[in-house]
Design a protein. Structure first.
Lengths: 357, 253
């Protein structure tokens, strides 16, 4: 199971006005856990006014660079990204899970592969990691990048990309497509749509030679590009996507409980049996049985915590609980008193539940 | 850049998701269910087959059976790892249930799942000996092959990739079963094979689910399904009928 580790912030630098590149160093000997593959991302967590937020950001460093770096672009109204852009500084500690994600293809030093990358705005971060890594590790491969931005001043890593172009002359080609800034070539102005891609494939990019395509950007852009790539003959297996939605879903808000006559406080006394032992705890009615058990150091079973895998099933022997979601238990099980403890909130002032039955 | 589009619209238009951070709750639920069903079926299938290894006639047959157990466990792990990305405790998950547990041979459970896990109903029936295991593995292996072809296009990219890697392995299991069946067809046991096929046919057929179109439409809008159950089932019937025919067996009407 993935766990959070402490990371020391060793550097925070602006790449454009509203985006920072954060350099991190695993603390407490967790270096091995953070040995990443190009294109992967880190999931951070931080407490904002008592509410834990989790946000994922792609690693922008190459595998061979020996550093761990993520790019964080400020999103309007985004608590985490705003905080990272305004307050985060070297010396701070961040918590993150080990790198995850499969937005990459295996490196083969003997390969002569033509990669095609599409990045929209901050979608450049994983693509940058991939292109740096592959160009360094696969001397026979080439990379074409189509990089979409609003204007010149919102291009993240602009100078770094220019340097890479000089370093890998002939192997790294880059096309900037700018939404609002006019360029010498009309085709490079506007949005990267399906039609624009088709034109690029007709005049600028030898699509027949492309083995793998990487796309990271906003949804409509990804749809258009993917469609154009399929029309050009690429299979699903050749197209790699990475999407980070700006509206990341949070916890499902619990519906307000009606105040019943006869229930005095917002507290419940719960007797929870697990592995033959019963523990009686005081818990809030706004908490799930599973979370209450876990908070009281009980080793309650769970897996998906989404009401799906049924690993957290327990039986209600007395009292009443309310299950807010159930995608796993059949009706007859519910009738027998089984609930998914990750989805079950106490309703009565006393409940007795058993994980052993 | 282009304006935001909501995830539901994106998915309905064929969009692909790539990590847990942006899957909507309902999508997550259906995806987890799909993964749990696969993982539990593979673990239960492997556990059931493990008991059969020593019943194999000769070393080659036992190697084939052992290979199937190994590879089904491996496939389960591939998908369980993705469930782990969603916060599942993968070690506990793999060990939380006695995967060898089976119901009675004549239990009539249709398409319902057991109370304890998400395995497909067909994996609740016990295997009775080598020939039985071969026939079940042929019918179910072919079904899984068809189902994985479908699931290789799910809109959650890491899972689609896992299924794409698993599909040829499962297809090979069905091929091993077909070879095993041809061997059995030449033995005195051949006469018992039709009854076994008749036993497993409806149970495997049930694993394609019902024709419930509403559920299918919901999953289709999420990009988690593309081909209706009835069509997949027909595809399976065609494939497996041809194999049974070679062994002198008939499909169950």
């Amino acid at each position: 199971m993935a766990r959070f580790h402490d990371l020391e912030v060793t550097d925070v630098r602006k790449t454009i006005r509203d985006a920072v590149v954060v350099t991190l160093k695993p603390a407490g000997g967790a270096t091995e856990e953070f040995d990443f593959t190009q294109g992967q991302y880190l999931t951070f967590r931080r407490d904002f006014d008592g509410e834990e937020l989790r946000r994922s950001y792609s690693i922008c460093a190459g595998r061979d660079e020996g550093i761990l770096q993520v790019g964080i672009k400020r999103v309007d109204g985004g608590a985490f990204s705003t905080w990272a852009n305004t307050e985060l500084k070297a010396g701070d500690t961040l918590q993150a899970m080990p790198p995850m994600g499969s937005f990459f293809t295996p490196i083969n030093s003997a390969a002569e592969t033509h990669y095609l990358g599409f990045a929209g705005g901050s979608g450049i971060t994983p693509v940058l990691s991939i292109l740096k890594t592959t160009l360094a590790a696969e001397p026979g491969s080439s990379f074409t990048l189509v990089y979409a931005n609003k204007g010149v001043n919102t291009i993240m890593f602009r100078e770094e990309l220019e340097d890479l172009k000089n370093l890998y002359m002939g192997r790294f080609n880059m096309i900037h497509v700018l939404e609002s800034d006019a360029q010498e070539i009309d085709l490079f102005t506007g949005l990267v749509t399906e039609e624009k891609c088709a034109q690029l494939f007709a005049h600028w990019i030898d699509i027949q030679s492309v083995d793998t395509a990487f796309i990271c950007g906003p949804e409509p852009m990804m749809l258009g590009i993917a469609s154009a790539l399929r029309t050009a003959g690429l299979s699903d297996g050749q197209i790699k996507f990475e999407l980070f939605a700006s509206a990341q879903p949070g916890r499902a808000k619990r519906k307000a409980t009606a105040v019943d006559a006869g229930t005095s406080a917002n507290q419940t006394k719960a007797a929870i049996t697990l592995d033959g032992a019963t523990q009686t705890i005081e818990m809030g009615k706004d908490m799930t049985l599973l979370d209450a058990a876990l908070e009281n150091a009980m080793d309650a079973p769970y897996a998906c915590k989404a009401g799906v895998c049924s690993t957290c099933r327990c039986k209600v022997l007395a009292g009443e609980v309310e299950m807010v979601a159930n995608h796993a238990l059949e009706d007859y099980e519910v009738e027998k008193g089984y609930v998914l403890s990750c989805q079950a909130y106490p309703v009565t002032d006393n409940v007795v539940v058993d994980y052993d039955q | 850049m282009a304006d935001d589009m909501n995830i539901e619209t994106y998915l309905a238009q064929g969009g692909v998701l790539s990590n847990p951070s942006n899957v909507p709750p309902r999508y997550r639920a259906e995806l987890m269910k799909m993964m749990a069903t696969f993982v539990d079926s593979e673990l239960a299938g492997a556990a059931g087959f493990a008991d059969i290894i020593n019943k194999g006639p000769g070393i080659k047959a036992r190697i084939a059976a052992a290979k199937i157990v190994l590879e089904k466990s491996d496939s389960a792990e591939k998908v369980l790892r993705i469930m782990g990305d969603f916060g599942a405790d993968t070690e506990r998950y793999a060990d939380h249930h006695p995967w060898t547990a089976r119901l009675e041979r004549d239990a009539d459970i249709g398409q319902t799942r057991s109370k304890h896990d998400m395995r497909l109903a067909v994996f609740n029936y016990p295997l009775e000996g080598w020939a039985d295991a071969v026939v079940m593995n042929l019918l179910m292996g072919s079904a899984v092959t068809v189902q994985l072809q479908e699931l290789s296009h799910v809109s959650y990219q890491p899972l689609a990739e896992a299924f794409r890697a698993i599909q040829p392995i499962e297809a090979h299991h069905a091929e091993l079963a077909a070879e095993g069946l041809m061997v059995l067809a030449e033995t005195p046991e051949a006469g018992a094979l039709q009854a076994l096929a008749d036993y497993w046919w409806p149970r495997v057929a049930a694993s394609f689910g019902s024709g419930s179109s509403h559920k299918f439409e919901v999953l289709k809008a999420m990009g988690l399904r593309h081909t209706p159950n009835a069509e997949l089932k027909a595809r399976w019937e065609n494939t497996v009928t041809a194999v049974l025919d070679k062994a002198g067996l008939k499909p169950t009407a």
